[in-house]
Ligand binder design. Structure first.
Ligand code: GTP
Ligand code: MN
Ligand code: MN
Length: 605
């Protein structure tokens, strides 16, 4: 029999009661409250090194940084194990898994019973967004994983200061419970990456509560990120009249010194982190990062939409990140203080992944812990391997990133991975049409979630895996947001596609830094300085309006990348109709009207 450890650590009665209740249920060996000091970081990382979970990297290459390999079965978000347990099934909508809250709680309470035995239970007070925000968005994560605690310290503002403010203002917080589901019996030796075959990532939107079990992977276990800042926050945003979106936030300064902030929603592993850290190829343009994954947008007093990045860290896809594609990310991680998960380890204690360098190292330890040489056929890094690193280290972090009021958004981009059909860039006619562009966004699936890769699926506003409520209510909410403001103050909405391919399978558009040309055209449109041509799907660059100076692309390829082909759209229409039919009459009539309009224009073209 173990006795439940008790710590009286907070004057916040509700928080203390919840911590006691969880400890009683999960039976940890001890309880540790995370304070956020550098000494604590050192102690926790030392302990993880000792346990074999982390490997300390070479101080000269990556100071204060660590390599970690997960269990091979625990490498990505598990969408089929993710649930929105609203009281009514219809409030979860047709795109989410649902179970009645009581039923789910019964199942998970059984799983949590004794699940932390032999482990330390960490209590992590955190705030998403700024501690000095008008309404600070508090959370407290309880976890039995030190890896999660360390990663949370990078990804969110955590610790003592946050706890004191929760207490001083007797604030509400989102309780976020996480267990890897691997209790240790007396004397049982631990594994490097404890997890369970049974996984549940569960949200109770009405109660603003998160329960996660069985996985240690970031998207499933760092509960401030997808679970709170997207799924729970989207439900809050719906009720309170704001937006919680899967979007990067980018600051652009033109050669004339004009500033525009742009937000962009692309599905997972489709280029947000890359665009957020873009190194523009066109002279005189400056880009700075405000956020790379999540944007919370609220109307300001001037009627414009202001975006805040709720996170403090980057949890970026490693493969494909290199000096030529994302030099700013490379510089960020060089500054250290990072955790790398499921990348490869070099013989001199550094990290490597596919796409980091043109030349492959002669020998590596792969993410599977195996000897790796370039002759082999397995990748050295898992395709969804990640770097976890502080935003403050990014050489192009915009100072506004730390502004609790956020930045006014001029344009919103929706994009995905499509080999065909979707042109490089097009402008929607108005907010309602832009909502249609977002609601019908599609992409080929990637390794960011378990399941088949390369299948086209609809991913509305890149939020399919992150919606905390019914998608039709979400579309209605987007339309309603558009009616809350003067049309001239709303961001203009664009569709983009960096991933269109030629017949031989090669990319038609060079992407990465060259995407600055697309951003320039968008800014020129906002400033009324670029012409556009109307097509059935929206406005595309008029000849001569798109800067191709010094661009190393044939005119033929450029034309193919930007083409709006009625025959391809004729094939797309039934797919959109099939998607909308999923919602039937619940889909806002305005979106059906947009569909009918598009169909008529395509058929006439
Ligand atoms: P999450 O963090 O999972 O939400 O994904 P993300 O949207 O931040 O994706 P990320 O920027 O990490 O991009 C992942 C993949 O897209 C990598 O394999 C990149 O190499 C590739 N990628 C990004 N930008 C471009 C581009 O402009 N062109 C091409 N062809 N590939 C790109
Ligand atoms: Mn993401
Ligand atoms: Mn990213």
């Amino acid at each position: 029999m173990t006795t439940t450890p008790k710590t009286k650590q907070t004057t916040h009665a509700g928080l203390q009661a919840w911590v006691d209740e969880v400890a009683e249920l999960t039976q940890p060996r001890d309880i540790r409250w995370i304070t956020g000091t550098p000494e604590e970081w050192t102690e926790l990382t030392d302990q993880l090194v000792e346990a074999g979970t982390l490997v300390r990297l070479n101080e000269d290459k990556k100071p204060n940084s660590f390599w970690c390999a997960s269990d091979p079965s625990d490498v990505a978000r598990v969408e089929d194990r993710t649930f929105i347990c609203s009281v009514e099934e219809k409030d979860a909508g047709p795109t989410n898994n649902w179970m009645a809250p009581d039923e789910m709680k019964a199942i998970m309470t059984d799983l949590y019973r004794g699940s932390m035995q032999g482990r330390t239970m960490y209590v992590i007070p955190f705030v998403m967004g700024h501690l000095d925000a008008k309404v600070p968005m508090f959370g407290v994560e309880i976890t039995d994983s030190a890896y999660v605690a360390v990663s949370m310290l990078v990804m969110a503002r955590c610790g003592e200061k946050v706890l004191r403010k929760i207490e001083d203002t007797n604030a509400n917080f989102v309780p976020a419970l996480h267990s890897v589901g691997a209790p240790l019996a007396e004397g049982q030796e631990d594994v490097k990456w404890p997890c369970s075959d049974t996984k549940y990532i569960v949200h109770f939107p009405e109660e603003r509560t998160i329960w996660s079990y069985g996985s240690g992977y970031g998207g499933n276990a760092l509960l401030g990120k997808k679970c709170y800042s997207l799924r729970i926050a989207s439900a809050m945003a719906h009720d309170e009249g704001w937006l919680a979106e899967h979007m990067l936030i980018l600051k652009l300064t033109s050669p004339e010194g004009k500033i525009h902030y742009v937000a962009a929603a692309f599905p997972s592993a489709c280029g947000k982190t890359n665009l957020a850290m873009i190194d523009p190829t066109i002279p005189g343009w400056k880009a700075e990062m405000v956020g790379d994954d999540i944007a919370w947008m609220r109307f300001g007093e001037d009627g414009r939409l202001y975006a805040v990045n709720p996170e403090a860290g980057l949890f970026g896809v490693a493969p494909g990140t290199g000096e030529s594609t994302n030099p700013n990310a490379m510089e960020t991680i060089k500054r250290g203080n990072s955790v790398f998960t499921n990348v490869a380890l070099t013989d001199d204690g550094d990290v490597w992944w596919e796409g980091m360098t043109d030349e492959k190292p002669a020998h590596l330890t792969s993410w599977l812990g195996e000897d790796w040489t370039p002759e082999g056929d397995k990748p050295a890094a898992h395709p969804n391997s990640r770097f976890c690193t502080p935003i403050a280290q990014c050489p192009i972090a915009a100072p506004e990133y730390d502004n609790p009021d956020g930045v006014p958004i001029s344009a919103i981009l929706f994009g995905g991975r499509r080999k065909t059909t979707i042109p490089l860039v097009y402008e929607s006619r108005d907010w309602t049409h832009g909502t249609f562009v977002g609601a019908t966004l599609s992409s080929e699936t990637t390794a960011a979630a378990t399941g088949a890769v390369g299948v086209v699926r609809r991913d509305p506003m890149a939020m399919l895996p992150f919606l905390g409520y019914n998608a039709t209510d979400y579309f209605g909410h987007w339309l309603a947001i558009g009616k809350q403001a003067d049309a001239s103050k709303l961001p203009r909405i664009y569709g983009v596609n960096w991933f269109r391919r030629d017949e031989d399978g090669s990319f038609l558009w060079p992407g990465y830094g060259e995407n600055s040309r697309v951003l320039k055209w968008i800014v020129d449109r906002l400033e009324g300085e670029a012409d556009a041509v109307e097509t059935p799907i929206g406005f595309v660059p008029a000849p001569g309006s798109f800067d191709i100076d010094g661009l190393d692309v044939t005119e033929e390829h450029l034309a193919k990348a930007g083409a709006v082909r009625p025959e391809e759209w004729a094939d797309e229409l039934p797919l959109i109709e099939e998607w909308f039919n999923k919602f039937g009459e619940d889909l806002p009539a305005e979106l059906w009207a947009e569909f009918d309009g598009l169909k008529a224009r395509i058929n006439a073209a």
